[in-house]
Design a protein around this ligand. Structure first.
Ligand SMILES: Cc1cc2nc3c(=O)[nH]c(=O)nc-3n(C[C@H](O)[C@H](O)[C@H](O)COP(=O)(O)OP(=O)(O)OC[C@H]3O[C@@H](n4cnc5c(N)ncnc54)[C@H](O)[C@@H]3O)c2cc1C
Length: 414
């Protein structure tokens, strides 16, 4: 059995590692020219499945934490702080032996997932053919590849999904009505420490009078441990955000910076600091429009030799930090389905392939759809203001998490 994987992101490489462990033949095709050619994002939290993920992958890989932890070289647990109205002090979750969380720096995560995977770079899939006997993909460079199974791990604007559904992305993706401005800044010394104290990995400060939602995260600590790269997102409800004449479509960095400074004026000083430390040149130039995707669990994805993992099937807003987590679950589950199809060469008979893929699709779409809906509603003012709401994040119940002073000399690992 030979599996073609389109997309070398989290889902595609996660599946490739599972298949490598099972000795199943595969190829990974990635449109990027090389590992450096596109910014991979900042950091993502991985939890609950860490042990399962490591045991599904080959033993020649380093541990997830050693290879990807964004807090290295600081000896601090991954930690997410939540400052919500009507709830005194800080709440949040953190990495503990009982509930491990690794906050992975995205570039390191892709490197780790690439361990001993011969990714074929510069291979943009432009068309797909499949029938009951097999699959074929054609690339922009004029070459082709053939196999028994094709997996679309090609992200939110998936061409593989478009082939399966015969519908363009614009007909299935749903606009998330939020106008976002994103900033990045490097901090050192006391300013760096103050951000770590608010939440080692990230924090959110919510208040109904603000009229916006913000997320403040550490991208990664810099070598030496005395400075770090940080990022933030500030989002306002706005259903017109994708209109070509929306002001953010053409706003300069200075205009966005000025807008943010006005919005944050009423925040307590310590929650303003990260924004105020960001120069206009640290504001992302591009406009950010969030979209998500929910496919019908009943027949929303016809079963065939072509299947999907990750954002291609269930893209979600990043507010609960679950998209990558579900991509990994898809990859592990699909690998099991493929292992069962390889046994006794069952994959040769499409009448056996279809019900197995259908079963995989149903579970994936149900689980993914639940996550899409909860991610969409995560930041509603009603939700954060209702003090009776029980929050979970990283699959942990959010609890009181008193702030602890940090002395860098004591937490920098030798
Ligand atoms: C700001 C932000 C923060 C996030 N934070 C978190 C978090 O904390 N926790 C979490 O779990 N998730 C998080 N997510 C979600 C997570 O990033 C995605 O769910 C995850 O990357 C999806 O993995 P994927 O493999 O499906 O798609 P992707 O990672 O998008 O990978 C798709 C790959 O396919 C390639 N590709 C596309 N088209 C083609 C083609 N035609 N031919 C060949 N290759 C192609 C792309 O170049 C890309 O490498 C966040 C997302 C964002 C935007």
């Amino acid at each position: 059995m030979h599996v073609l994987i389109v997309g070398g992101g989290l889902g595609g490489l996660g599946l490739a590692q599972c298949l490598r462990k099972q000795g199943i033949s595969f190829e990974v095709f990635e449109r990027d020219e090389d590992a450096q050619s596109r910014f991979q994002g900042w950091a993502i939290g991985i939890h609950t499945i860490i042990e399962k993920l490591q045991s599904s992958f080959p033993s020649d890989m380093a541990t997830l934490k050693d290879a990807t932890d964004h807090l290295q070289p600081l000896d601090l647990p991954a930690q997410m702080g939540l400052y919500f109205p009507g709830r005194p002090g800080r709440m949040g979750v953190e990495d503990t032996p009982e509930h491990p969380i690794v906050r992975s720096e995205r570039h390191r995560l892709r490197e780790w997932l690439s361990t001993n995977i011969p990714i074929q770079w510069g291979k943009r899939v432009v068309s797909i053919d499949h029938n009951d006997a097999g699959v074929q993909v054609s690339f922009e460079d004029g070459t082709t590849a053939s196999g028994d199974i094709l997996v679309g791990a090609d992200g939110i604007n998936s061409g593989v999904r478009e082939h399966i559904l015969q519908k363009p992305a614009k007909d299935v993706l749903k606009l998330v009505p939020l106008a976002a401005i994103v900033g990045e800044v490097t901090l050192e010394g006391d300013a760096f420490v103050r951000q770590l104290e608010l939440g080692h990995s990230a924090y959110v400060y919510a208040s109904p009078d603000l009229g916006f939602w913000n997320f403040n995260g550490l991208h990664h600590v810099l070598p030496g441990g005395r400075s770090g790269k940080h990022y933030w997102m500030l989002m306002q409800p706005d259903a017109t955000v994708e209109s070509p004449d929306h002001w953010l479509q053409s706003a300069t960095q200075e205009q966005k910076h000025e807008h943010v400074m006005k919005l944050i004026a009423n925040m307590p000083p310590r929650f303003r600091e990260l924004f105020e430390a960001t120069p206009a040149s640290g504001i992302k130039k591009e406009a950010h429009v969030w979209r998500d995707l929910e496919l019908d669990t009943q027949g929303g994805l016809p079963a065939s030799r072509v299947m999907l993992v990750g954002d291609a099937a269930h893209a979600m807003t990043p507010f609960r930090g679950e998209g990558g987590y579900h991509s990994f679950i898809d990859a592990m589950n699909l690998c099991q389905t493929l292992v069962s199809l390889k046994e006794g060469d069952k994959y040769k008979d499409v009448s056996v392939v279809k019900p197995a893929v259908d079963e995989y699709n149903k579970e994936m779409l149900q689980r993914g759809g639940d996550a899409v809906r909860s991610s969409r509603n995560e930041n509603s003012a009603k939700r954060t203001s209702d003090t009776k709401t029980k929050f979970t994040t990283a699959n942990q119940m959010v609890r009181s998490l008193p702030e602890v002073p940090i002395v860098l000399d004591k937490v920098i690992k030798a």
